[in-house]
Structure formats: structure tokens, C-alpha cells
Design a protein around this ligand. Sequence first.
Ligand code: HGY
Ligand code: MN
Ligand code: MN
Length: 419
Amino acid sequence: MTEIVHMNKLKINISRLNDMLEQLSVIGRDEQGGITRLAGTEADKEARDLVVNWMKEAGLNVFIDRIGNIIGFRNGLENIKPLMVGSHIDTVISGGKFDGSYGVLAGLEIIMTLNDNKIKTKQPIALCVFTNEEGVRYSPDMMGSLVYANGLSVKEALRSINNEGGTLGQELQKIGYAGDARCGLYIPSHYIELHIEQGPILNMERIDVGIVDSLQGILWKEITILGESNHAGTTPINYRKDSGLAAANLILFLRHLCEKVGGGQVATCGKIRFDPNQINVIPGKVIMTVDLRNSDEAKLNEAEQLLDDYLSEVSNVESFNITSKILVRLHPIAFNEFLVSLIEKNAQKLGFTYRKMTSGAGHDAQMMARICPSAMIFVPSVDGISHSPLEYTPSTDIENGANLLLHTVLELANQDSVT
Ligand code: HGY
Ligand code: MN
Ligand code: MN
């Protein structure tokens, strides 16, 4: 007699989930207390091996596709399109323990909870760990899901080069995750991603969960400014072509650009490299990145145009040789209304306070939305901090988010109209 727990009372096992989060967070832990688990590295391999192990213990059929995405498959009562949950386990440098890992491990936890209660769903459930979501060593970010959604060829993705000159393909081989399954093997009926908000809103407004109905557009550019290296002591100010000064002015301009464009426009110079990078040499070359984001496509285009106009003006007026190349260009997206309302219905059923919201961060759901109805659930990030060792979400919120995912998946995977 299968022990039927009343569905509405079903809950995940929070101590098991916390324990998995803790165990995974040990891998790549650095001296600042942050986690550095960059795509394709030994730490990435160790984390992948641990999660694959857990997937197998949970009875999932696990396979790896050609871009290294890990897919764990739980059979349903019917052989129809799977419902997919997932996220990523690669991190930024000295990142936090929840970004990505939470969505993967909560997906695993809901499967373990279904197993514990001997619950079979009509639809199969797929749990996916996407490769290189962060894009720290290989551009673009959200790479594994972009390939899965047919937005980038697997060949091109495998050829992407890291700062040390190696390719992602070589590194996936080295860590044993150069899979042979075709990318995008299963087009899921729906994709739901549970993630920390990574911003301040839910925490500030004391709201339990966020129901994410949209995600802003992202533009990454790499800009190279060529000036003239020269002696820091003997070169009079008006004889200089100081690419470091040009870079500093550009970073200042980015702030004005945000004020001019408005509508929540953000701009970040996150990476900058001076050449020859010596204390007593005027930098002759600067390579820097610009990350522009806006939830409004027209405003993102306006921001890009303002940046390009500024760069050509500086080139002409101050005769620097400035070139730029686009690393990532992802449109803003709206998530699936049916899914958003289903998540909302389950948040009400579980008695959670909630609000609809857009995502400032990029996520794999942004790519999966290209091929199937997708949506996201957020839980609060204390003080809105993320991509930092200080990233933190209390256990109650971890549990709330996972229970909301559990009940949404349960309802979705047993509905009638799945094709
Ligand atoms: O860049 C992003 O928003 C994500 O963390 N990859
Ligand atoms: Mn993430
Ligand atoms: Mn991230």
C-alpha cells in the first residue's frame, strides 16, 4: 500500500537539502570564504561528479550531452515530453554557495521527496545542470542552455577559448564531461528554474517568494583602447596618449549613460587590463568589458548606440584607436503567463507572500524560454548580495522556494493536457 501523503501537505526534506548545499559548497571554497568553481576546471569536475552521484542515487537515468550539460531523467507513468527543472553549478570567482546550486539541488530534492513518498508523476521529470552559465572563462554566459536551445552551435561553443588559450572542448574532455548525447535531446513541455534573487527587492520588502515574469536584455562588449606607452616621469601631460585615462573617462561616461537612458538601465565595467601594466609606464593599451542591461529592448539599443557614439567621438577627438566586439547580446524576454499564474496559485495555496518581478541577472531560463514555456521562482538574497562570499539566503526561504517548486511541478506533471 503506497503511503499517500496528502498532496497539499507534501514537503521537501530541508535538512537533506541544506546538507547537499553545504557539501557542494565545500568544492572550490577559496581563502576569502567564497566559491570559485569555473566552468571546465577541476573544481567544476568535482562538483559535477558529486551531483551525478546524487542523481544516480535518486534513481535518475543520467546522461551528458555534447556541451557537457548533465541531464538526470525520472520516468513518468506516460512516455510523453518531460517537465524540466534545473540551473547551473559553475560559479564566478569567489562567488556564493546558492547561485545556481540552489536550483539544481532543490530540483534533486523534490525528486527525492517524490521517491520517499512513492509518488509517480504522469510526465517524466528531467533535472538539468547547464554548462558554463556564468561565462567567466568562456563567452557567452548561459552557454550550455543557449546551445541546448539551439541558439549557438555546439561546434562553436566547444571552440570557445579561455584566457589561458585552451578551448572548452579540450577541458570538457579533460574533466570527462564531453558527452555524446545530442544537445537539446528532450524539448521539455515546460522549464521552471528556482534561483536566489541576487538583488535586494524581496529581502527589503520582506516577501517570501518572487514570481519572475520577465528577464532583462544583456549586452556584453569587449573594448580595446590603443594609446601610447611612454615613460611615466619624462612625458609631459599634453604629450600623452594615455589609454588608462581614456578608460577612466569611459567608465565615468557609463554612469551618465545610465542616467540618460533611464528605465532601470545598468552598466558595468567588470574587467579591465592595462598593458604593459607597470607602475612607471603610461598604459599604451587597455582591454576592458562593458555589461549593459535593460528590460526594455529599445532602451538597451539606445544605450548601445550612445556607447558606440561616445567611442567614435573619443577615437576622433583624442585620436585613440578604439575597437569593440560584442561578446553577448541577449534580448529581454517575457516568461510564460500560464506558468507564472500556476506558480502564483501554488504560492497562494502554500500561504507565501509573493510579488511578480523581473530578473536583473541572466539565467538558463532565458535560453530555455526560446524552446518551451519557462518561468522562474526567486527567494530572497539577504541585503541583495550575490556573486560574493557574503551571498546568503536563510533556511526558511530555501525551504519555501523548494516547496513551491515541488507543488508547482507536482501539479504540472500530472495535468491532463500534456502533449
Ligand atoms: O551575468 C549574469 O547575470 C549571470 O550571473 N550569468
Ligand atoms: Mn545563476
Ligand atoms: Mn551568477
